[in-house]
Design a protein around this ligand. Structure first.
Ligand SMILES: [Zn+2]
Ligand SMILES: [Zn+2]
Length: 138
């Protein structure tokens, strides 16, 4: 008689409900989605948590390591994402700063060619009496 499998459990005692089963009694392992062919009722995927070959300690260790790896990966992704966001914010801020300086130079009648100075975000508002030397040289 065909006894459908409702759940697959691991050697540690936790189990998951089978979410996909087939008319012949086979199911997909809820842990790794490998097919478990009737009349087998245990997952034979050597990498699957539900493989009955696991020794409980080994499985526990395997899970801890996997969780730690995932936490590390999540952390790395998050820091990369924040780094990129920060860089974007910096660029946007700098562009806004530059256009504010140009507005200010125009307001003061200062030279835009002489406005930006070497170094980070340094400006000089120079009002030439007789034309800009930079413009003359160009
Ligand atoms: Zn499995
Ligand atoms: Zn100038």
């Amino acid at each position: 008689m065909l006894v459908p499998i409702h759940a697959i459990s691991t050697v540690l005692g936790d189990s998951k409900h089978v979410t996909r089963s087939y008319p012949d009694g086979s199911v997909d392992c809820p842990y790794c989605s490998n097919a478990i062919h009737y009349p087998a009722f245990q997952c034979r995927n050597p990498y699957c948590d539900a493989n009955p070959q696991w020794k409980p300690d080994a499985l526990r260790e395997h899970r801890e390591k996997r969780d730690a790896d995932k936490a590390q990966r999540d952390y790395d992704n998050e820091s990369r994402r924040q780094g990129a966001e920060f860089a974007r914010a910096c660029i946007a801020e700098h562009v806004a700063w530059e256009s504010a300086q140009i507005d200010e130079a125009n307001r003061r009648g200062a030279c835009v060619l002489c406005l930006f100075q070497p170094g980070w975000e340094r400006v000089r508002f120079v009002v030439h009496r007789a034309g800009c030397p930079k413009r003359r040289r160009a």
